[in-house]
Design a protein around this ligand. Structure first.
Ligand code: SF4
Length: 279
């Protein structure tokens, strides 16, 4: 059976998981095996997502599951994304139904919580849980945020759009080489996803500046120009963040802070709101 959630189009044998470790073939049906299986839950400042221009100063109950459809070698959440442990950690998770999660989010209201953020691992590979929970959250008067790599078919986005109020989407670089060879992803799928997402909700973008991969002025100029040409593109916030050696990418130093600031100035040639992170 084929999974059509992302560009990989995994052909999954009965009882087996796909590449992301989160979707399985069960009795001839492809389903999210990580549905409601939480690995992390925390009340975070919304700026940590990062979202700078969506309910600033508020807090949001943030949850994650396990698995990922990319293979970023510098992943900061490898314990729940694509390490050996992450891809076999289902038994270590705890099940939380959509109803229970919304109840929990409402309980946190007195601590400033405005809703739910689906984050930490890649939420799109378990989009059914996001959809079902976010729908209930809206009915309860909460808002919904998704932090994502944007690597999913537009049909998946369409199912989520009525329920999601804001997204932070990674636009990790602006070359096919980097997406294909380093991240094992698809730049085109992410660009198509962003182009549609900005039409229905508040979107902020994040680019991690990795030395030697995506750190030239030309690349950031091209990236920011493309963003500026989207719907209301000049007002889309862009976060340029500093890389630190992590996980399988320990062969280079952290990004030079002065470089991050210089690239932010380049992006400001095209965009109104450019933020630097981890500097
Ligand atoms: S979502 Fe997972 S199972 Fe589906 S195509 Fe992508 S990697 Fe494969």
């Amino acid at each position: 059976m084929k999974c059509d959630v992302c560009f990989r189009r995994c052909d999954i044998d009965e009882g087996r998981p796909g590449f992301c470790g989160s979707r399985i073939n069960e009795n001839g049906i492809i389903k999210a095996d990580n549905y409601g299986r939480l690995t992390a839950i925390a009340l975070d400042p919304i700026e940590k997502k990062p979202l700078k221009r969506f309910h600033p100063g508020s807090a949001i109950l943030s949850v994650g599951s396990y698995g990922c459809n990319l293979r970023c070698p510098f992943c900061q959440n490898s314990d729940i994304s694509w390490s050996d442990y992450a891809l076999s950690c289902k038994d270590q998770t705890r099940y939380c139904s959509p109803e229970d999660l919304v109840r929990l989010a409402l309980n946190y209201r007195k601590q400033g919580n405005i809703g739910l953020a689906f984050t930490y691992n890649e939420p799109l590979i378990g989009y059914e849980y996001v959809r079902d929970t976010a729908k209930l959250a809206h009915e309860a008067g909460l808002v919904n945020v998704m932090v994502t790599n944007g690597t999913a078919d537009l049909a998946v986005l369409k199912e989520l759009q009525p329920h999601i109020d804001a997204m932070n989407i990674d636009l990790k670089g602006f070359t096919d080489r980097y997406y294909r060879d380093v991240l094992k992803g698809s730049r085109k799928m992410v660009m198509d996803f962003i182009e549609e997402a900005v039409k229905s909700c508040h979107v902020e973008l994040t680019t991690l500046i990795v030395p030697g991969e995506n750190d030239t002025e030309d690349e950031i100029r091209e990236l920011s120009l493309w963003v500026s040409q989207l719907e209301n593109g000049k007002d889309i916030p862009l976060h340029l963040t500093r890389f630190f050696p992590r996980f399988h990418m320990q062969d280079r130093n952290a990004t030079d802070i002065a470089l991050v600031y210089r690239l932010a100035d380049v992006a400001r040639e095209n965009l109104r709101y450019v933020y630097t992170g981890n500097c």
